[in-house]
Design a protein around this ligand. Sequence first.
Ligand code: DON
Length: 302
Amino acid sequence: MDSLLQKIYKDISPLIGQGKVADYIPALGAVDSNQFGIAICSNDGEIYTLGDAHKPFSIQSISKVFNLILALELKGEELWTRIGREPSGLPFNSIVQLEYEHGIPKNPFINAGALVVSDVNQSHFASPRIAVREFVKKLSGNPNIQIDKVVADSEFEHKARNASMAYLMQSYGNFNNDVESVLYSYFCNCAITMSCVDLAKAINFLANRGYSNIKKKQVLTKNQTRQVNSLLATSGMYDEAGSFAYKVGLPGKSGVGGGIIAIVPGQFSICVWSPALNDAGNSLAGGAALESMTKHIGWSIY
Ligand code: DON
């Protein structure tokens, strides 16, 4: 594995820093774009790292995976009466489909879908703002994972677009809780900071038929794990899901903080991080690193 990481680094090092760091809020715009980390967590619990793999970053939309898993544990199949399971083919923060589709978002990984998932969790948890943080602490085995309050508050200040989606869904009867409270919970999830190592560990159960070696618990059934991985493969990279399937061929999920997680079912989980993004909002060097990885291991789910 260590030589695999070296090969990946050799392939992609010229790309580090290329692209543009997310700057829709000042706290993210200030991040140094020349950072790069990878962590692999094998299904037997070995961790392999390279570069800035231990450095916490804003997980942003990667939180949508954990948010979904909490809601699936609560609602099971009933969840899909409120959210679709189709790729949107549009940017993550697009609003246009919501009116055509009567307030039912296309999938749980675009912002509108994640807001409905947050609404489901808001109805259940006594402290919905920290439910996802507590969940990722257990999944990663790291009790020190934090929510960056500066990022959460700054997102809330710039909430107009997400708020518009949530109110539109409320107008169709697809929102049960106070919109502003759900928005804050959603922003707290996006503002969680984790390292590549934390994330590779936290998602390892998705590579391991739903069983977490860290939590020592079946987190999802084998069937639910297959279902979540299929959603990651079709919708995890937004309007780049097709190219990501073509180039990388793994279930994956990105965030505008520059992280991307991916699953090699039956073998290992991986997280790459490099803050500069391409035009679709996915880490440029991170995507290239995953492409290099599947080229070197000669394996993909397809
Ligand atoms: O709500 C938003 O738009 C951001 N907090 C999260 C977006 C994100 O990470 C999309 N992923 N690429």
